[in-house]
Design a binder for this molecule. Structure first.
Ligand SMILES: *Cc1c(COP(=O)(O)O)cnc(C)c1O
Length: 354
């Protein structure tokens, strides 16, 4: 990679690598030794640096603490079978970060800052990338307004930061989800397509209510009539109905998942019919009742594929076919894992090697 930005590096004198235990990885508990930071001031990004992971000093008047002018991404680096480091589709995350940023008046971050910051950070913290099956290094890039100002307006200053943490397999257990027909995650014209803080804060309360009722997650429906399936809180939803892979079209209320795109791409290659169209809640329930729903799963970076075992709607839980017999999603997870580990050819240029 050609260096177009100048990154200063301050290495930690107090590495936490001795606490890094591949056998016992807990999501979000232990962060890698370093982080990448860039500052936006006077209309441009600069002061690119890698420093020891640690706390930031922030004004109590910080605009983001009050008004959530913030965007984030989530992606993963994997250890290939040859011991190389491969990041899955990072350029797509860099592009999506800017789409989210535009919606909340955060200035564009040139893709090379994202890519080179990531590259140098992973080069330095390469020992934090686990190799055991199902493990990876979760990467969290984010931008937030930094002005110490409680007036409501776009911030003049920002920070772009990348932190990472080693993770094990996520949501290994099939989930029970509830169709939400009261609360709304995203409305037409709103921010649903953007990875911005407020969307997730607004989803907490309904999710906690559902958890009290015994569900793991929510299926969000359209904000207007709660008639159409949208997505889960951090995953896009996919169904196999009558042997076709069906998923809702992304627009301004549904986040355009990179896993979703990867799943649709592979399914088409396998000759499976893929339908991207509005899906009524009643269609899903009828398909389950009539035995025409073969599979249902969430697609997102955290779990890759999260199997859905039951869907709750209107006080009734509808059970789905056994996970072991689900041909498309099981093969999908296996093949995506094989692409990431280098066992299957990366035909689409999805892997970015460090
Ligand atoms: C991140 C996210 C997804 C999944 O996107 P991936 O790029 O596949 O990780 C889906 N829905 C929402 C709301 C998300 O925040």
């Amino acid at each position: 990679m050609i260096d177009t930005i100048n990154i200063s590096v301050e290495k930690t004198t107090n590495s936490k690598l001795s606490q890094f235990d591949q056998e016992n990885l807990v999501f979000g508990k232990l962060y890698s030794d370093h982080m990448f930071i860039a500052d936006y001031e006077n209309g441009e990004w600069g002061d690119f640096r890698i420093v020891p992971y640690g706390d930031l000093s922030i004004s109590p008047a910080n605009t983001t603490l009050h008004y959530s002018q913030t965007v984030f991404e989530g992606l993963k680096a994997y250890r290939t079978k040859d011991g190389e480091i491969a990041v899955f589709r990072p350029i797509d995350n860099a592009k999506r970060l800017n789409k989210s940023a535009e919606r909340v008046c955060i200035p564009e971050l040139p893709e090379e800052i994202f890519m080179e910051g990531l590259h140098e950070l992973l080069k330095l913290d390469h020992e934090w990338i686990p190799s055991k099956e199902g493990t990876s290094l979760y990467i969290r890039p984010f931008i937030f307004g930094f002005d110490p100002y409680v007036g409501i307006r776009p911030s003049d200053t920002y920070k772009f930061i990348i932190i990472t943490c080693p993770v094990g397999a996520y949501y290994a257990e099939p989930v029970k989800v509830k169709v939400e027909t009261h609360y709304t995650r995203a409305a037409a014209g709103g921010t649903g397509f953007a990875k911005t803080g407020g969307n997730y804060a607004a989803a907490l309360y309904p999710a906690v209510q559902a958890q009290k009722e015994g569900y793991n997650q929510l299926i969000w429906t359209d904000g207007k009539n709660h008639e159409y399936i949208e997505e889960a809180g951090t995953m896009n939803l996919m169904f196999v109905i009558d042997n076709k892979l069906v998923t809702a079209p992304t627009g301004d209320t549904i986040l355009k998942g990179i896993t979703r795109d990867s799943v649709m791409t592979l399914a088409k290659e396998w000759g499976i019919e893929v339908e991207e169209r509005p899906i009524k809640v009643t269609e899903v329930i009828d398909a389950i009742k009539e035995g025409r729903m073969q599979e249902a799963f969430g697609a997102g970076t955290a779990a890759t594929i999260a199997q859905i075992k039951a869907i709750g709607y209107d006080g009734v839980d509808y059970e789905l076919p056994a996970v072991e017999g689900r041909e498309i999603s099981n093969r999908m997870l296996a093949d995506l894992n094989k692409i990431k580990s280098g066992e299957l050819e990366d035909k689409h240029g999805w892997l970015y090697k460090i």
